[in-house]
Design a protein around this ligand. Structure first.
Ligand code: HEC
Length: 83
């Protein structure tokens, strides 16, 4: 990802995160309900992250990387419907 970050958009995103994501994700590597986000942009491509956030269900049923990870986590993600 490139350096030209829109500060206003980043700020709006931070607020969304607090409301919708913080209950399950930390920005450190610590696991809560979902994996910590630290290093996620190294682990995953930007397209992968976008796909997962906007449309997680098909990713969960098809993406082998997601399925492997799901086995490590408490409770089925498919039932938790984060968004
Ligand atoms: C109800 C709990 C919950 C909420 C709320 C939630 N998530 Fe998740 N999220 C998870 C779980 C569980 C996983 C792991 C699924 C897997 O990889 O199989 C996950 C995985 C992810 C991943 C992939 C991380 C990785 O290392 O592979 C991203 C990115 C993500 N979530 C983004 C978000 C965003 C952005 C929001 C808020 C808009 C959000 N999540 C809200 C539970 C949640």
């Amino acid at each position: 990802m490139t350096a030209n970050l829109d500060a206003a958009m980043a700020d709006a995103g931070l607020k969304v995160r607090e409301v919708k994501c913080a209950s399950c994700h930390k920005i450190t590597s610590e696991k809560l309900v979902g994996p910590g986000w630290k290093g996620v942009t190294q682990r995953r491509k930007p397209e992968w992250i976008m796909n997962f956030i906007t449309n997680p269900d098909p990713m969960i049923s098809k993406d082998p990387a997601v399925q492997a990870q799901l086995e490590l986590l408490p409770g089925p993600y498919a039932q938790s419907k984060p968004i």
